[in-house]
Ligand binder design. Structure first.
Ligand SMILES: Cc1cc2nc3c(=O)[nH]c(=O)nc-3n(C[C@H](O)[C@H](O)[C@H](O)COP(=O)(O)OP(=O)(O)OC[C@H]3O[C@@H](n4cnc5c(N)ncnc54)[C@H](O)[C@@H]3O)c2cc1C
Length: 405
């Protein structure tokens, strides 16, 4: 008889678990409390254009992305392997001239980095290309900021480039996040591209779902309680299963310490701008600015009506009410002088964006995935906040169950 499996949560980790268990002929029910799949990968459509809830980059070199996603079908739009840094009103380009020759001049001219920084960046890139992912996650963990100082980078490049760039990825600007994530992400950038799927980040979940033709999805169905062999729905009804996976983004039921979350705000504007099309992320190198980074999604993938859209990200909780934050961001945009006219069209405040974790793993430890007799958990919070980790975690828990059945 087929093993009956319940998965609570249709985020990326739950979907990957389902894919792996589906291969083993299990009968799978997925319960998702919201009305659509994807969890934190969420996209709104307005006028046939896609607005992700929070700027999320899909790194093409992520090993689990290569395993599970068809990037051609996602029609990923790649950023150039570089960034623009705006510091004290001046623009500086920092990029990898070995990957894109257009960066050669800026690499030589850049005042953001010393000559020593430029040599060290290339050395680190080569070292990390040759360091295996396993070796990265076996390495001692120190805060990224300490790592950069110990590597010998100047305060100038740390403050002006690494803080805004990795601050935007970690969603914290002290760079206290583990050096394991720094090495891993740096390696991923060195080996691939940062990209956005044409139809938004949620299209990752939709593509995964196409592999789940025989899985039952119960959308808008919240699970209130799980115990060995039994799930209880919000209406009080119960259903029996052989194995249950809680993939609920650490909302409940995890036995680990409560997770604290890193937050961000993402604002989208329809703009008029003289700026040339640029397939690059722009970083704000000045301290004490609210805006951490911005880019023009329509420079990667045009709007059907020819509109130019600007996406702005503010990281960390700034302790401001929404209207105050919107006003302050507008005034920073005015000061930057990058747009002549702007109209705010979307405002996303994401309180639970990335889990705050002290120690990072590539794949969760078995003991963190097993909660109780035949009850398991999965999610990025058991490894590190990333799509790769959500996938790794979903695959690992399915492997544990597949070994039992
Ligand atoms: C703003 C932002 C920026 C990010 N940037 C990046 C990035 O640049 N690169 C990157 O790799 N990653 C990024 N991430 C992280 C990435 O999106 C996550 O790692 C991944 O989506 C987590 O998937 P998950 O399945 O572990 O959890 P979730 O996506 O949280 O899924 C949990 C699911 O469980 C459901 N659920 C909860 N409780 C119940 C219940 N009781 N019953 C039924 N269902 C329930 C939820 O509705 C949700 O659908 C970012 C995330 C955010 C939000």
């Amino acid at each position: 008889m087929k093993n009956k499996i319940a998965i609570v949560g249709a985020g990326i980790s739950g979907l990957i678990s389902a894919i792996e268990l589906h291969k083993n002929q299990c009968s799978i029910d997925i319960y998702e409390k919201s009305v659509d799949i994807g969890g934190r990968t969420k996209t709104d459509q307005i006028e046939d254009y896609c607005y992700d809830h929070g700027f999320q980059a899909l790194l093409t070199a992520y090993p689990y992305v290569k395993k599970y996603l068809d990037l051609d079908k996602l029609e990923i739009q790649k950023f150039l392997p570089g960034a623009e840094i705006i510091f004290q009103g001046k623009k500086h380009i920092i990029g990898d001239p070995t990957r894109n020759i257009s960066f050669i001049k800026s690499a030589l001219d850049s005042k953001i980095a010393t000559i020593g920084d430029k040599i060290k960046t290339l050395r680190l890139s080569n070292e990390l290309k040759n360091k295996s992912v396993a070796a990265i996650f076996d390495s001692e963990e120190i805060p990224t900021h300490t790592y950069l100082q110990e590597y010998g980078f100047s305060e100038r490049i740390i403050k002006r480039f690494f803080v805004p760039f990795f601050g935007g990825i970690y969603l914290e600007k002290k760079l206290s996040t583990s050096s394991r994530l720094f090495e891993f992400v740096f390696k991923m950038f060195a080996e691939g591209y940062s990209s956005i799927p044409k139809l938004g980040i949620q299209s990752i979940a939709y593509q995964l779902k196409t592999k789940l033709s025989h899985v039952n999805f119960f959308l808008g169905q919240s699970i209130n309680h799980v115990e060995s062999g039994l799930v209880t729905l919000s209406d009080g009804s119960q259903k029996e299963y052989d194995h249950i996976i809680i993939a609920n983004g650490a909302h409940n039921y995890t036995r680990s310490n409560p997770i604290t979350w890193k937050s961000c705000v993402n604002l989208y504007y329809e703009v008029q701008s003289d700026l040339k099309s640029q397939k690059m992320i722009s970083l704000i190198g000045d301290e004490n600015k609210l805006i951490n980074n911005f880019h023009f999604p329509t420079d990667l993938h045009p709007h059907p009506k020819g509109k130019r859209i600007l996406s702005v990200t503010v990281v960390e909780d700034q302790g401001l009410k929404d209207d105050k934050l919107i006003k302050s961001v507008q005034s920073e945009l005015d000061d930057l002088g990058i747009v002549q006219k702007s109209k705010l069209i979307k405002y996303f405040k994401i309180d639970r964006a990335l889990p705050q974790l002290n120690s990072l793993q590539y794949v969760p430890k078995d003991e963190d995935l097993i909660l109780d007799h035949n009850v398991y958990t999965t999610g990025d919070h058991l490894a590190m906040g990333s799509l790769n980790a959500a996938m790794a975690s979903g695959a690992k828990v399915a492997e544990l169950i597949n070994q039992k059945i």
